[in-house]
Design a protein around this ligand. Structure first.
Ligand code: GLC
Length: 784
């Protein structure tokens, strides 16, 4: 407890400076060439290098022996055949692909990586790769004056991580998330460096506790891990978007979620009875507030036993799920990994008799305390346990459940260390390893077990999975929410850079608990937060036990009306959002983006925390403080139209924008397009009409937009059943020309046309649609 007082900074308690002694890898003794790899045997360790593509290179260093290519749980890509040009002198060895140039000096071993324009990407100088006697591996790279750092998964604080140090160790943090609170629930040991408008990336594929240090040295940054090999990938960029494509090429992309999962979710810890759940659902129907999902938190279970319902409080879950489904609402129950130690509980019995729980090397099951009391934890590192766990979900899918919420999967344990004993020995599909090594993978492998189980059981339908913990690659299985935030304005503010950095870390489908989880929300905060939530990829209102309820109507009519308006707006924007989800799924590009992603040359965007973009042409600048109705908005290059007022603003300027409680400052770039539909009803959320709003420009703007749609619920899209329209918009003084330049896929939606609506046309400016002159309001037929 004393640590929470000034005693913590008692002069005598000053922490020892890190006096670690690093062994430098030393000089190259000799080098060898493998089939598709290059090996350097140095005085103090061995290095192997392999190109994955022309733009991605993997570098591994093992202090004790030959580097192993290992069995990564994150990387799903195989190394491609890459032509590598070799060259060099006795001192320096050169490896070149069409995109990368590695210059390796041998005394001592140092790597300098350039692109083929000679631009320096990643450089080692006085320090390079190193290790310590205790097993730690580290690497030091030069840091440039103009370097800005992004990514690192789920981190508190500002967008640009220069000057920060981060730890990767999945941790349950209920204490208030401060700018310095680290680590949190997800570990994504990956970052992007932006230097003078160009970007490159590094993925450190090491699951041990690790650190990224952009703080301790003026001219160097470092990353290090408690054990394992130094194993990292350098991605050449050169644009931020390329880095994302390269990183998600390695670690995989999100399968398209079902459309319903992109809608509005309502949750509470907990709606405690069937009647309460029905009542909440009925409120949404009666008030005509859009709702796609109601979450069931831990109280639905019998004594917090997963795969059970409390028969007193939830006597007929099947009917509940069915009735809600008829109202247009899905039910998503929570599933935690801890299985209650109870000899009369079948899931526990199966886990013990089937040898499926995490154990010590000596054979004893590991027990820890979580919600159900003493619990055992499935060993998700083992295929047998994953299959079993996946199968267990029939309990839910058989009553019509199509989505699951995984929580406490760091795993969280109520003890001093907050997690499982690091000495537990996981079976790890035949390569046993301790929890110390695999801790960070636990949540992701639970996600894999759950997602794959659901997929098997849903008869071709897309499952939805939400997770709290994860590691690099989690996007292949789950959406991520940012855990236990609070109903603080500061947490609304912090959620923007946090969600943007998650998006920059390959995880597009994310969002915070809208309204704040712990502490008491209020009408104004919930309204402003819902305005943001309407545009975060994952949109769920969730609140904790013991605090005020915060469903849209809880703070009175004035707030309810505005909250409803913004939840509806989410649904009106659905075609645009879904098209962006499709891009995230096919290319790894985030739905919600920091401005620098589109304007990497514009320094004003490098640490812009209170604005974000949806796709490449929409800027949202929400109000993030109480009583505020005016805010500064920075608009980058181009001309921008405020959607609500129609007022146009010249970019590369900052404006004071007025926004009453009912207003969300939202700007669309002139010369571009957004796709919209109408909100109809909870019962039938299918898009009856789709409209493309074209914002007329006159500066010769040339814009490409990919409109995407499919059935929204099956995997048929993976076999050609989708509609993809490549729309080209060219705006000049004389005309706004809209052309469908390509149509792909064979899906035919129920709406038979796309209405085209040109906004902000000047006198004398013609509208030309597919070569024909129109009056500004026309449509594009999808049937001829
Ligand atoms: C954890 C989760 C929270 C959930 C609660 C009860 O705190 O982060 O979302 O409501 O557990 O299950």
């Amino acid at each position: 407890m004393l640590e929470d007082t000034s005693f913590a900074i008692h002069p005598g308690a000053e922490q020892q400076r890190n006096t670690a002694v690093y062994h430098d890898i030393g000089n190259v003794k000799y080098q060898e060439k493998g089939n598709d790899s290059f090996h350097f045997i140095c005085e103090n360790g061995q290095v192997a290098i392999r190109f994955y593509t022309e733009a991605i290179v993997r570098i591994t260093m093992n202090p004790k022996g030959e580097p192993s290519w290992g069995q990564s749980r994150s990387v799903v890509a195989e190394a491609k055949k890459v032509d590598v040009e070799e060259d060099g002198t006795a001192e320096v060895y050169e490896l070149k692909t069409t995109e990368l140039h590695l210059s390796i000096s041998k005394t001592p071993f140092r790597i300098r990586i350039y692109d083929r324009q000679g631009r320096e990407l990643v450089t080692e100088a006085e320090q390079g790769m190193a290790w310590q006697e205790n097993g730690e591996v580290a690497v030091f790279k030069q840091m440039h004056e103009n370097d800005h750092f992004y990514g690192f998964g789920e981190k508190a604080g500002f967008l640009d991580k220069r000057g920060e140090m981060y730890e990767m160790w999945n941790t349950d943090v209920y204490a208030p998330h401060n700018p310095e609170t680290d680590p949190l629930y997800e570990s994504i040991p990956y970052f992007m460096t932006l230097r003078d408008g160009k970007a490159h990336g590094i993925f450190f594929d090491n699951t041990f506790r690790s650190w990224f240090d952009m703080r301790s040295f003026a001219e160097r940054y470092a990353y290090r891990a408690e054990g394992g090999q130094l194993d990292y990938y350098v991605m050449a960029g050169p644009e931020p978007k390329h880095v994302l494509e390269q990183y998600t090429y390695l670690t995989g992309r999100m399968p398209l979620p079902p459309k319903w999962a992109i809608g509005y979710h309502q949750s509470r810890y907990s709606y405690q009875t069937e009647e309460e759940v029905r009542e909440v659902a009925q409120h949404f129907i009666d008030r005509d507030i859009p709702l796609d999902v109601l979450h069931l938190d831990i109280h639905y279970m019998n004594g917090y036993r997963v795969f059970t319902f409390d028969e007193g409080r939830f006597p007929n879950p099947e009917k509940l799920v069915r009735d809600l489904r008829e109202m247009g609402i899905r039910v998503v129950p929570i599933v935690d990994p801890g299985v209650k130690k109870d000899p009369e509980y079948p899931t526990y019995q199966e886990g013990v008799t089937g040898d499926l729980f995490c154990k010590y090397l000596e054979g004893d099951i590991y027990f820890g305390d979580v919600w159900p009391g003493t619990s055992a934890f499935p060993d998700f590192t083992e295929e047998k346990a994953r299959k079993w766990w996946g199968e267990k979900h029939r309990f839910y899918t058989e009553i019509g459940v199509e989505g699951i919420w995984n929580d406490m999967n760091e795993p969280a344990v109520f003890n001093e260390t907050k997690t499982m004993d690091v000495q537990v020995m996981h079976r790890n599909d035949g390569s046993p390893a301790t929890h110390r090594e695999l801790h960070n993978l636990y949540g992701m492998l639970m996600g894999k077990a759950t997602y794959e189980g659901l997929k098997d059981q849903l008869d071709g339908k897309r499952p939805f999975l939400l997770t709290r913990a994860g590691f690099a690659g989690i996007q292949r299985y789950a959406a991520v929410w940012t855990g236990d935030n609070r109903s603080f304005w500061e947490h609304l503010q912090m959620s923007l850079p946090m969600v943007m950095n998650l998006g920059l870390s390959g995880i597009s489908f994310t969002g915070p608990d809208v309204g704040g989880f712990a502490h008491h929300s209020n009408g104004e905060l919930l309204t402003r937060w819902t305005q943001v939530g309407a545009f975060t990829p994952f949109f769920r209102n969730h609140s904790a036990i013991g605090f005020l309820y915060q469903e849209p109507w809880r703070f009175g009519e004035k707030y309810e009306a505005v909250i409803k308006e913004y939840i509806e707006m989410r649904y009106r924007w659905m075609p645009q959002l879904y098209s962006l989800f499709a891009k995230a799924s096919s290319q790894g590009l985030p739905v919600m983006r920091p401005l620098f992603m589109e304007f990497p040359e514009d320094e004003k965007t490098y640490n812009l925390n209170d604005q974000f973009m949806i796709g490449d042409n929409v800027i949202i600048a929400p109000i993030l403080a109480p009583s505020v109705v005016d805010r500064a908005v920075y608009l980058p290059e181009g001309e921008w139209v405020e959607a609500s007022s129609g007022v146009a603003y010249q970019g590369e300027n900052t404006y004071l924008i007025h926004a009453e409680l009912e207003d969300l400052p939202l700007f669309i770039k002139k010369g571009t397009a957004v796709a919209q539909t109408d909100w109809t009803s909870n019962k039938d959320k299918s898009w009856k009409r789709v409209r493309m709003d074209i914002y007329a420009g006159d500066q010769g703007e040339d814009y490409r937009f990919t409109f995407y749609d499919d059935d929204g619920e099956t995997f048929a899209y993976q076999h050609g059943s989708y509609l993809e329209l490549e729309v080209e918009v060219v705006s000049t003084e004389e005309a706004v020309k809209v052309d469908i330049v390509d149509r792909r896929g064979d899906y035919v939606p129920a709406y038979q046309q796309i209405d085209i609506h040109v906004i902000g046309r000047k006198d004398g400016q013609d509208v030309i649609l597919n070569g024909e002159k129109e009056n500004g309001d026309s449509y594009l037929s999808l049937t001829d």
